[in-house]
Design a protein around this ligand. Structure first.
Ligand SMILES: Cc1cc2nc3c(=O)[nH]c(=O)nc-3n(C[C@H](O)[C@H](O)[C@H](O)COP(=O)(O)OP(=O)(O)OC[C@H]3O[C@@H](n4cnc5c(N)ncnc54)[C@H](O)[C@@H]3O)c2cc1C
Length: 644
């Protein structure tokens, strides 16, 4: 094992307050330095990303009076991947009077994350969840309402209360339109300048502080250096390292990885969420998988035939020959067990030979009972767009025949390490949204990513970044500065290298092969031998990439092969770190299932004595260095997770 990494000093979250958990966030805000309004105008912040995290942060920082520069690689901030979010956003409003509270949301999230997240962060998230809904309603986000006029909620996995606010199956889109309007308002007011179709390719560090980024204009190919007093990364998750995932095709790790190479610690890279309800893979030429929102498990019942190899159509399989396995194994939570549990259960029944559809890699999600109970119109009102989407992709009508679903890569709980202020290990570099590792532990509960992204962007970062910026403005910079020039040269050299290889294999063929290795050995189930094999295969493939990749065209204008090549090159390095992280963690927890560490009935077996820590990895160019941040639990005591 030590061939792969070495052990460094522990890392501590020095900003985390102690004392009663209910007042920690309030006390941190009070303790943080403030910047007076006149000084805010002299301070600048770069925000990379315009999804829910970056869009809300840029808008709020602009409103506060900072000079903000906002970047995204899409042609509009509105096209960030957040727009794809379907099911909903959690908040402890307790409108239903069903026993919810800030404490319960906190408890469910710490437990759902399999006791691998920080209590202080999760508690703050639960507190802020309530403010998020108020803010979004004030912006005009059209959440669903029930007959009395209050906002409606539905249930999501890992909770026995109904706390998920939604806008049909388009919650992300509606929330993003809210954040986008707020952002546009600041653009019009002149506090935010927007740079779409620009990709950050390097971080600029001067005198130990993050001071800017190197960007490429994706239309003209021009490379420029951009400066600020602080840099915020809100660049999303890295699930596309698996090639096939539910993420938008463009999602990548480059912004985070470039920062990691410059000294930002990368935490828990192996924690990947495999979502149980996706449309199964249909062939070798597919480049994307489609999510069927978890909200469908409110009313859909998951089943497979009781008999192995039963190829009858679902309508011909009588009730008593069906196995509603989630309801059978987990009667307390039934179809609403958390994602890691539901995914593994689907894999198990398919491995037993009871899977349905081509290749036996599928299970049914059946709405017959809900349609019988509520009527087709009611089901259509709740899930209509999701049903339409399913029908368009598969050609099957889910109102009359059960959907077929199978787990797929969906979300990455790992990300750049941040402290309680959301500052990385590089001073002046803040990381928010899916790009950081902070709140979900080893498994994210459904509807918690939107909550975290907006908590970070609207509420946490705007309060904590001032504590850092109060020491600014920092000295003015230009291209003559040696550290700036070096960062720019790194970008130019890399582009030149990618273009000059002129090999005979496409970028996508490498990416697809990398994804296959990752899915096979670092996917739903991992073993010591498999991970070692993966590391050696990744190293070989990476070496081949740098010999044989073919990047047509040049760097002088729009060149999507070049964009993809740079992203895949970073995925190779990340993939290796993910496997090393997975290999060193000889326990199962949440989204990380080690076959060697399971209970007698096949559930994940944690090892709190050896692994109750955040694994924060340092880049060295050679074997990475592991820094451990110990986790302590004062309020939710670690126990074997049970949803039975
Ligand atoms: C299909 C689907 C459905 C989902 N449904 C839900 C749900 O119902 N509820 C829930 O809570 N969560 C859901 N999630 C998860 C959630 O949508 C994401 O975790 C969340 O939206 C991420 O937001 P973000 O702002 O961190 O990143 P993103 O929305 O991914 O935004 C990233 C931004 O960074 C920019 N960027 C990235 N790299 C660079 C670079 N190098 N240079 C310049 N710009 C860059 C991009 O242009 C983009 O603007 C879903 C996810 C998927 C895939």
């Amino acid at each position: 094992m030590t061939d792969y990494y070495s052990l460094g000093d522990p890392v501590a979250d020095t900003k985390a307050p102690d004392g009663p958990i209910e007042t920690r966030w309030e006390r941190r805000r009070f303790g943080a330095k403030l910047v007076n309004p006149a000084n805010k105008r002299k301070l600048s912040v770069i925000v990379v990303g315009t999804g829910l995290a970056g869009g809300s942060a840029a808008a709020t920082l602009g409103e506060l009076g900072y000079q903000v520069k906002s970047y995204c690689y899409q042609d509009s901030p509105r096209r960030a991947h957040s727009i794809a979010a379907q099911g909903g956003i959690n908040a402890a409003k307790n409108y239903r009077n069903d026993g919810d509270s800030v404490h319960r949301l906190f408890y469910d999230t710490v437990k759902g994350g399999d006791f691998r997240s920080r209590e202080s962060n999760v508690h703050r998230l639960a507190q802020i969840s309530v403010q998020i809904i108020d803010q979004c309603v004030a912006q005009g986000v059209p959440f669903a309402r029930e007959y009395g006029g209050l906002l409606d909620t539905r249930s999501f996995g890992g909770a026995q209360v109904s706390r998920t606010f939604y806008a049909r199956g388009q919650t992300g889109q509606q929330l993003l339109l809210g954040a986008y309007q707020a952002l546009e308002r600041q653009i019009a007011a002149g506090t935010v300048t927007m740079h779409d179709r620009h990709e950050m390719l390097e971080l600029i560090i001067v005198d130990g502080r993050a001071r800017g980024i190197v960007v490429r204009d994706l239309v003209t190919g021009e490379i420029t250096t951009e400066f600020a007093d602080a840099v915020v990364l809100a660049s999303g998750g890295y699930g596309n390292v698996f090639f096939l995932s539910t993420n938008a095709k463009g999602c990548n790790v480059t912004a985070s990885w470039r920062a990691h190479r410059k000294g930002a610690l990368f935490a828990n890279p192996c924690y990947t969420q495999i979502h149980p309800t996706c449309i199964p893979v249909s062939g070798d030429h597919q480049s994307k998988l489609t999510l069927m929102s978890e909200s469908l498990r409110n009313d859909g019942r998951v089943w497979v035939p009781k008999a192995k190899g039963d190829t009858r159509i679902p309508a011909d399989i009588p009730e008593d020959e069906r196995d509603y396995y989630l309801e059978r194994i987990y009667p307390a939570f039934g179809n609403l067990v958390p994602r890691d549990i539901a995914s593994r259960a689907a894999k198990n029944v398919c491995d037993e030979g009871r899977g349905v559809g081509p290749g036996g890699l599928g299970v049914y999600l059946d709405f017959a009972a809900a349609i019988g109970r509520l009527g087709r119109d009611a089901v259509e009102a709740k899930y209509g767009n999701l049903f339409d989407m399913y029908q368009r992709i598969t050609g099957e009508d889910p109102y009359t025949t059960p959907m077929r679903i199978y787990p797929a890569v969906h979300y990455t709980m790992g990300g750049l390490w941040v402290d309680y202020d959301l500052q990385s290990s590089i001073p002046g570099l803040f990381v928010i949204g899916e790009a950081n590792f902070s709140d979900h532990g080893a498994n994210r509960l459904g509807a918690s990513a939107l909550m975290q992204g907006l908590a970070d962007g609207y509420f946490v970062l705007p309060n904590t970044i001032g504590d850092y910026l109060a020491a600014g403005p920092f000295p003015k910079l230009d291209g003559e500065n040696a550290e700036v020039a070096a960062a720019r040269k790194q970008v130019e050299d890399r582009i030149e290298k990618l273009l000059s290889i002129d090999g005979d294999r496409t970028v996508d063929s490498f990416h697809r092969e990398l994804g296959r290795i990752m899915w096979e050995y670092c996917g739903m189930e991992r073993t010591d031998a498999g991970l070692r094999k993966a590391i050696s295969e990744i190293r070989e493939l990476k070496a081949e990439f740098w010999q044989r990749v073919k990047v047509p065209g040049d760097g002088e204008g729009l060149n999507q092969s070049l964009e993809r090549a740079g992203r895949v090159a970073d995925f190779f390095e990340l993939a290796e770190l993910m496997c090393i992280d997975a290999l060193h963690r000889e326990e199962s927890c949440g989204g990380h299932f080690r076959a060697e560490s399971q209970t007698e009935d096949g559930e994940a077996q944690r090892d709190d004595e050896r692994y109750s820590y955040v694994a924060a990895w340092e880049f060295t160019g050679d074997a990475p260095v592991l820094h451990k941040e110990d986790l302590t639990f004062e309020y939710v005591h670690p126990s074997q997770r049970s949803y039975k």
